[in-house]
Design a protein around this ligand. Structure first.
Ligand SMILES: Nc1nc2c(ncn2[C@@H]2O[C@H](COP(=O)(O)OP(=O)(O)OP(=O)(O)O)[C@@H](O)[C@H]2O)c(=O)[nH]1
Ligand SMILES: [Mg+2]
Length: 447
């Protein structure tokens, strides 16, 4: 069946200097010819008048570039139209294209998916493209580029090659009688499998840094009502994201803002004040607050300076070396500002005046950087990778744990085969059809 030709706006929607419309498929060049009245040269930008083929109305003057397949992003013939980035211009061009026979609007991620299906990039690189487009901070960009560049794929491919080679040795044990076998065959295979298992184990024990970086590090603000948690969130976010009021128990839901701290993405959550709830809604708010604080990577415990030196029992439970202790409302403190509590440092701030916020930011940045600093860049960036590596580990362990493996070499060979398949699924080199819809649905249209 002849593949359909797809098109979409590849740049962001809205008003901009330039917008890029991408067309991919067998009719890309001819469809463009109908709009521009010229056959595009190969891989050279040319100035074109774009006209609606229906009535020859001028839509825009722009640039067109033709990338013949297979040396293109999708592996198919691709045309890029660079037009003025106005909503009416883009709509006009898309409408003119949609009127062409054999052309249709692309699904989310369809360009990259075609690239994958045509062998232009493996699954991990495709995910890297999506992550790069979504990257909001330097560290995320670096990680996405690493994955696009094949950091994870290289690890999986090397592991898989090693397994295939080992499997060939092992299958010799099936085909030959015990006397004919080299005496160290079993040992060699066991050593190779152990080494691979150790290498995967090292990647899995990465503290989930890759996933945390991709999604953002979670930080939660906790404390009793009226301590000034929402005021602090607004201060750090530099906008009025949460409602602040003198009524204790104002915040009920979790309110999230995205921050960049020292190049790392942080999702900061404001939570309901901890106390004996007055009603069912507050009860649910407190439950959510505790749940979020427990699962967060970092916690900022806010104490009320107006109550100092009294620290509420609800707050006491969170005073640990792991958490950042903040005393708010230092502007209305009755006594001198304390610098520690139970041996833990206290950072004095005023969410109202902004005093101490810079110090708090430095401490936060140190903590965030501490999660990543000095460690090799993680290559596992999604739950999908982790699950497949864990599955590989389980199969390898089954092989290593079977002391009777030489008596039943076929079963043990199957363990190695399963491990190789699980590794292969990460890059998409084996049976992934069922995964593709899920992975590419993550993309935006035009990618
Ligand atoms: N003087 C002073 N007042 C503050 C400061 N920070 C917050 N407040 C006031 O304290 C009150 C409570 O502030 P919120 O930020 O709503 O407190 P909260 O911890 O979010 O309270 P709940 O949502 O009820 O848990 C408001 O009246 C704020 O204006 C501060 O640094 N100094
Ligand atoms: Mg609040």
């Amino acid at each position: 069946m002849r593949a359909s030709t797809i098109f979409a706006l590849a740049s962001g929607r809205g008003r901009a200097g330039i917008a890029v419309v991408r067309i991919s498929g067998p009719d890309a060049r001819t469809a463009t010819a109908e709009l521009t009245d010229r056959v595009l040269p190969v891989r050279r930008a040319v100035r074109v008048d774009l006209r609606d083929p229906a009535d020859q109305e001028l839509l825009d003057q722009g640039l067109a570039i033709f990338f013949p397949g297979p040396a293109s992003f999708t592996g198919e013939d691709v045309v890029e139209l660079h037009v003025h980035g106005g909503i009416a211009v883009v709509d006009g061009v898309l409408r003119a294209l949609s009127g062409r026979e054999g052309l249709r609007l692309a699904d989310p991620g369809e360009f990259t998916r075609r690239g994958f299906e045509n062998g232009k990039l493996d699954l991990t690189a495709a995910e890297g493209v999506a992550d790069l487009v979504a990257a909001e901070t330097e560290a995320q960009r670096r990680q996405a580029l690493g994955q696009m560049g094949g950091a994870l794929a290289a690890f999986c491919d090397a592991g898989r090659d090693k397994l295939v080679e080992t499997l060939a040795y092992w299958e010799a044990a099936i085909d030959f009688s015990e006397e004919e076998l080299p005496p160290d065959l079993e040992q060699r295979v066991v050593t190779a499998v152990s080494e691979l298992s150790a290498a995967i184990g090292a990647q899995l024990s990465d503290g989930y840094r890759g996933e945390r970086l991709r999604q953002g590090i979670e930080a939660a603000i906790v404390g009793i009502p009226n301590a000034g948690k929402s005021s602090l969130l607004n201060r750090l976010a530099r906008r009025d994201a949460a409602i602040v009021s003198e009524t204790a128990g104002t915040t009920r839901d979790i309110i999230e803002v995205h921050l960049e701290l020292g190049g790392y993405p942080v999702i900061l959550a404001d939570t309901a004040g901890l106390r004996d709830p007055g009603d069912a809604i507050e009860e649910e708010g407190v439950r959510r607050a505790i749940e979020r604080a427990e699962r967060a990577d970092m916690r900022i415990v806010v104490m009320d300076g107006e109550a100092w030196p009294v620290v509420a029992a609800e707050t006491r439970a969170w005073i640990t070396a792991d958490n950042l202790l903040v005393l708010n409302k230092t502007d209305s403190l009755q006594s001198t500002a304390p610098d520690e509590l139970d041996g833990h440092e206290i950072i004095g701030i005023s969410a109202k005046t902004g005093a101490g916020i810079d110090t708090l930011l430095v401490k936060l940045e140190q903590r965030v950087a501490g999660i990543f600093a000095g460690k090799a860049a993680p290559i596992v960036t999604r739950a999908r990778h982790r699950e497949a590596l864990e599955e590989t580990q389980v199969a390898l362990a089954r092989f290593l744990d079977a002391s009777d493996r030489l008596e039943r070499p076929e079963l043990s060979a199957e363990d190695l085969r399963m491990a190789a398949r699980a590794l292969g699924r990460i890059t998409g080199s084996v049976d992934v059809e069922d995964l593709l819809d899920v992975i590419f649905a993550d993309f935006c249209i035009g990618k």
